[in-house]
Design a protein around this ligand. Structure first.
Ligand SMILES: [Cu+2]
Length: 269
């Protein structure tokens, strides 16, 4: 691995489990940072979805965000260009969607999603109530009726290079170990010419976004690159995998006006 001088201007990572969250603050920090709780506004959520939602149909989802005393939260910060980021994954993590609900005021967001097949899906909403220092997260499991997809076993990749939409993407780690601050680098080349791509475009206010989920979909990390990583071909993310185990990692980047998503399955020892 390359030696990297670490100057962090923008970095955030979120680790969540069912009932607690550990956050790494967005501010400048030293290499020896540890995951410490920061200013996260505690929230509650109410999810509305029709009875017996069907696969392959547009399903409206509405999300109401309240504070712990059941009062609707009125205003939200715009973070990475949006007031809410919503991630939807199937239980086997084969399906991944990153969308942006519309804010209607009075704590209410909504969006429609077409689910590709029947089964269980986890929906994760990330947002920052006004004045919050870091994002709050609410999640919900949904059951969609219809023909289930054949379950894809989550098998760690042996090869960390993939071709997606004409881009050859490789993923490397400074070290792969749970509980350690590590660098995760995506290297993006043109698949046809093998030339490095150096003019990636910002996508939602960052040079890329990475989402990682544990195999049971209980732990979730949303990671932004270190600003020192430029426009490619190497986009460097810094993170901490909270526990050992298998994770699926999705990198999202924008090139020539189009967003592409590249998934990897990683075993973190
Ligand atoms: Cu988003």
């Amino acid at each position: 691995m390359k030696h990297i001088v670490i100057v962090i201007f923008l970095f955030s990572t979120v680790f969540l489990s069912a009932c607690n969250s550990i956050k790494v603050p967005k501010s400048t920090m030293s290499h020896t940072m540890s995951a410490t709780p920061t200013n996260v506004v505690p929230t509650k959520s109410e999810w509305k979805i029709e009875d017996h939602p069907q696969a392959n149909k547009e399903i409206p989802i509405s999300i109401l965000i309240k504070d712990k005393s059941d009062k609707r939260i009125q205003s939200f910060e715009t973070v990475h260009e949006k007031k809410m980021h919503l991630f939807i994954v199937s239980k086997d993590l084969a399906y991944f969607s990153h969308i942006h609900p519309k804010y209607h005021g009075n704590g209410e967001f909504d969006i429609t999603e077409t689910f590709p097949s029947g089964g269980d899906y986890k929906v994760i909403a990330e947002f920052t109530p006004k004045g919050g220092g870091d994002s709050s997260v609410e999640s919900h499991w949904l059951h969609i009726d219809g023909e289930p997809a054949k379950e894809e076993p989550l098998i760690p990749d042996k090869e960390f290079t993939k071709v997606v939409d004409g881009k050859k993407v490789s993923l490397t780690f400074s070290q792969l170990a749970a509980g350690k601050t590590i660098h995760m680098t995506f290297t993006i080349n043109d698949a046809a010419t093998n030339k490095p791509i150096k003019n990636l475009q910002p996508y939602l206010g960052a040079m890329g976004h990475t989402v990682a989920m544990s195999a049971d979909a209980e732990k979730y990390l949303h990671i932004h690159p270190m600003t020192t990583s430029g426009n490619g071909p190497n986009i460097i993310f810094m993170t901490i995998f909270p526990e050992k185990g298998v994770y699926k990692v999705w990198g999202q980047f924008k090139y020539e006006g189009k967003v592409f998503t590249v998934p990897f399955v990683v075993n973190v020892p």
